[in-house]
Design a protein around this ligand. Structure first.
Ligand code: GDP
Ligand code: MG
Length: 177
């Protein structure tokens, strides 16, 4: 059991992307292993935390969610301040949410250091067979060109959720140490 109080590093991570792509559920899945069918009004947390250990360091990850403020430019600089990593989420069944990654990336760059690790996440992978609108190849190419890590996830069935967060934390840790 890792103590909630003692840690060597505090990692502030932000999750951004269009409304409805599954940001809050990714956070909920990662920190509580839960899912909510209709989460929009019920989840309004500012951030959730998770304690982890990399090498011999105790790390407290503080993951900030937008709590419904996803309109472009509506998020304040306090939200981004001090972030050491970011997850940019789109919905693989909604093409516009993928096109908007450009704007999210631009906004992120205005508020954070250029060197922080970024992860592009295509969420709702469980709907891939019937509703996919963004190909894996297209998104992977975008991520490569932008210098981002890339995962397709499902907050619904948990696919790749831990991997996406943990790979991000590994990169943040490497960057800081
Ligand atoms: P946010 O606005 O980006 O925080 O998105 P939410 O987490 O509130 O999710 C929006 C809707 O998509 C909700 O109805 C969720 O139940 C649903 N949802 C989120 N993640 C997934 C997923 O991985 N698969 C499926 N099928 N639905 C999801
Ligand atoms: Mg949300």
């Amino acid at each position: 059991m890792i103590s909630e109080d003692a840690y060597d590093y505090l990692f502030k991570i932000v999750i951004i992307g269009d409304s409805g792509v599954g940001k809050s559920n990714l956070l909920l899945r990662y920190t509580s292993d839960e899912f909510m069918e209709d989460s929009r009004s019920t989840i309004g947390v500012e951030f959730a935390t998770k304690s982890l250990k990399i090498d011999n360091c105790f790390i407290k990850a503080q993951i900030w969610d937008t709590s419904g403020q996803e309109r472009y430019k509506a998020i304040t600089s306090a939200f981004y301040r001090g972030a050491v990593g970011a997850l940019l989420v789109y919905d693989i069944t909604r093409k516009p949410s993928f096109y908007h990654v450009d704007q999210w990336l631009k906004e992120l760059r205005e508020h954070t250091e250029d060197t922080i690790p970024l992860v592009l996440i295509g969420n709702k992978l469980d709907l891939s067979d019937v509703n996919r609108a963004v190909s894996t190849e297209e998104a992977k190419q975008y991520a490569t060109d932008a210098g981002m890590l890339f995962f397709e996830t499902s907050a619904y069935d948990s696919t790749n959720v831990n991997d996406a967060f943990e790979t991000m934390f590994d990169h943040v840790y490497t960057e800081l140490s």
